[in-house]
Design a protein around this ligand. Structure first.
Ligand code: FMN
Length: 357
């Protein structure tokens, strides 16, 4: 985020885009109205679905907001491994009385069509996940006045983000809920993810552009910590997942603080790419052998996840959540922004009082 945009935001608080129906326009509007940066998630939507949400959001707020895009994914998946996984999931399809999805349902997430909409109808901020946009894409968004942000999970990825011309980098720690925005899924690197405080410091020393910190942040005191480590703002997902306006399934919201779910894990079970979710039956049973095949596995399991949600069975749903999930607060989103901002202010006062001693 360029400093010009942070100047427009009363609070250095970004609501993470959350695909799968979570970051609905009502959530983004409530956050932006309260002085944070609300975000829409275009992932898994059609270009027109994205456009309709932008129009709805514009009707709810005149404040700045962002739209998040997924980068097209290379064809790296082994079709044989996807076939074996489909075989292993056959019992799930029988259990939920549905069919498995077609793994070949597309791997570009309608990227070009969505970009065309965003160039015709510019929005204040555009962010990218799962890779780095081409320099021309960043330049064209700049020409229409949009700020550009790109996720990175290592200092090396952050340098690639800076080279793309983007205005800021989102440093996503291993604590983060949902998908890791790693630029290239590399199974050989599994388990080497970097914790947020270390990542922010590494990225800060590697690039000159502003850094937005994401992963496991649930309290204003943690925002103060990442700002002290050199971040310009914090991006929170799980904290907003629990709010009144979040479009998350009721069972997903309840699971965040349900003592039945004691931990989170990174898994490929639902999508084929590492994503952090609450450990439930599906993740436990299929995570150990799910192949590195995104979005093939995402398409394959889509009907299972839908059927599990319809049946009210949280054990078969993708319960994305960050490591701080138990600290979730069920508040209106605008109120959460205010509470976080107040906690941040008192943590900063305490920090400067400590520094003065
Ligand atoms: C339910 C859910 C869905 C997510 N979907 C997206 C997405 O569509 N695009 C994206 O860039 N990040 C997505 N993320 C990751 C967030 O941008 C962010 O990195 C993460 O929420 C930060 O960690 P936290 O959840 O512990 O706050 C998602 C996270 C969650 C929890």
């Amino acid at each position: 985020m360029s400093s010009a945009l942070t100047d427009l935001l009363p609070h250095p608080i970004v609501q993470a885009p959350m695909a799968g129906g979570v970051s609905v326009p009502q959530l983004a509007a409530a956050v932006s109205e309260a002085g944070g940066l609300g975000f829409l998630a275009a992932g898994y939507k059609t270009a027109d679905g994205m456009y309709q949400e932008i129009k709805q959001l514009r009707g709810l707020t005149g404040r700045p907001f962002g739209v998040n895009l997924f980068l097209p994914q290379p064809e790296t998946a082994d079709p044989a491994a996807v076939g074996v996984y489909a075989h292993q999931l056959a019992g799930e399809a029988t259990w939920y009385e549905t069919e498995l999805g077609d793994p070949d349902s597309g791997r570009d997430d309608g990227y070009d069509a969505k970009l065309a909409v965003l160039l015709d109808n510019p929005v204040p901020v555009v962010s990218f996940h799962f890779g780095v946009p081409a320099r021309e894409v960043v330049d064209s968004l700049h020409r229409v006045g949009s700020f550009t942000l790109v996720t990175a999970t290592t200092a090396e990825e952050a340098r690639a983000v800076e080279r793309s011309g983007a205005d800021a980098v989102i440093a996503q720690g291993i604590e983060a809920g949902g998908h890791q925005g790693t630029h290239r899924d590399a199974p050989e690197a599994d388990g080497s993810g970097v914790g947020l405080l270390s990542l922010v410091a590494q990225v800060r020393e590697s690039v000159g552009i502003p850094v937005i910190a994401a992963g496991g942040i649930m309290r204003g005191s943690q925002i103060a910590a990442v700002l002290a480590a050199g971040a310009t703002a914090a991006q929170l997902g799980t904290a907003f997942l629990a709010t009144h306006e979040s479009g998350a399934h009721a069972l997903h919201k309840q699971a965040l603080t349900n003592p039945l779910y004691v931990r989170t894990e990174l898994t490929r079970a639902f999508s084929g790419r590492p994503a952090r979710g609450l450990v439930n039956r599906f993740l436990r049973e299929h995570g150990p052998y799910a192949p590195a095949a995104y979005p093939d596995v995402h398409h394959l399991t889509a009907p299972l996840r839908k059927a599990a949600a319809k049946a009210g069975d949280a054990q078969g749903m993708a319960l994305w959540a960050g490591q701080g999930h138990r600290m979730g607060r069920e508040l209106p989103a605008g109120q959460l922004v205010e509470v976080l901002a107040a906690e941040l202010a008192s943590a900063r006062t305490a920090l400067s009082a400590g520094g003065a001693r």
